[in-house]
Design a protein around this ligand. Structure first.
Ligand code: FES
Length: 304
């Protein structure tokens, strides 16, 4: 006769509880143990089904030893057991799925614990190696995300701009670093030693006077300096433009945008006035921050 779930369980001296689950051997498909829920405290213990187990009608299971012996039996831990497919393993038991268990293979038993140790040891390893790899990682990744280059670049001695309101084309060399590529490029800017009227005219607006970092923080204001420097690139599509001394106009030959000395657009397809640059006088040298602004847009949007 098979042990039935919910059978009353008693030892030779007194009743102890009832059968709450059955445990099968995966190989023989025989019941090897039963889980007994104790009446005294509701605790579940694993009790072997062997020659000392007698199954009787009722249903009832009699353990042929005194109740004291149960104290040495292991407690039931659900994680140590897996459900078996009742229909496949024990069709004769008339039990529900989840009520019949089998022992986990030893290798899988402590899987969650082993997983924990696996991840914990990896995390500790990462913490130990992070200080070593961080400088290399920073070196590789930082150039991709750094802010604008706000270094001051020398255009030349101020005495190259002797006459007020007479623009001079100045060349300078830059070695921008884009990610890991370093290039040397020749660039130009139009510099003007400005009369007070021209200074007032040009620097009356914030975009011409105040310069900002990518995050919007101001980095420089063209204040108290008697020079104006325009980017050498036309704000339409970036062509180089020239100064026409006769008409006192800047003229871009690409699409014929024309600008006044104060940078304002007179005619042509350019969407905005000429781009002023941060400028200062240091040790008798005119210096600029070589900012670049997106061509073809109305607003002055810094890109380099
Ligand atoms: Fe100057 Fe087009 S690039 S007008």
């Amino acid at each position: 006769m098979d042990i039935q779930l919910k059978s009353r369980v008693k030892c030779i001296d007194r009743p102890v509880g009832e059968v709450s689950r059955l445990i099968l051997s995966q190989t023989t498909r025989e019941i090897t143990d039963m889980v007994v829920r104790l009446d005294a405290n509701g605790r579940e213990i694993v009790v072997p089904v062997d020659g000392n187990t007698s199954v009787r009608p009722g249903p009832e299971v009699v353990l042929l030893y005194p109740v004291d012996r149960l104290e040495g039996m292991p407690g039931f831990r659900r994680g140590d057991w897996e459900e078996v497919e009742v229909a496949e393993f024990a069709p004769h038991l008339h039990v529900h799925q989840g009520e019949v268990l089998a022992k986990f293979p030893e290798a899988e038993r402590d899987l969650s614990r082993r997983r924990f140790f696996f991840w914990a040891s990896n995390a500790i390893g990462a913490l130990i190696t992070l200080p070593l790899v961080w400088p290399v990682f920073k070196y590789l990744i930082f150039p991709l995300y750094k802010g604008f280059d706000n270094a001051w670049v020398r255009l030349g001695k101020a005495d190259r701009l002797p006459a007020a309101d007479s623009p001079v084309l100045l060349e300078f060399t830059r070695t921008p670093k884009e990610a890991y590529m370093v290039n040397t490029v020749k660039k130009t800017a139009w510099a003007v030693k400005a009369s007070p009227d021209l200074l007032k005219d040009v620097y009356k607006g914030d975009p011409e006077r105040v310069f900002k970092e990518a995050d919007g923080q101001p980095i420089w204001e063209n204040k108290g300096v008697e020079y104006i420097v325009y980017s050498g690139k036309c704000p339409h599509l970036g062509c180089a433009y020239r100064w026409d001394e006769t008409d006192k106009r800047f003229i871009c030959p690409c699409h014929l945008s024309i600008f006044k000395l104060n940078g304002e657009l007179v005619s042509g397809p350019a969407p905005r006035r000429l781009d002023t640059l941060p400028v200062r006088l240091a040790d008798g040298q005119v210096e600029i921050i070589d900012a670049e602004y997106k061509a073809g847009e109305h607003g002055k949007k810094r890109i380099v």
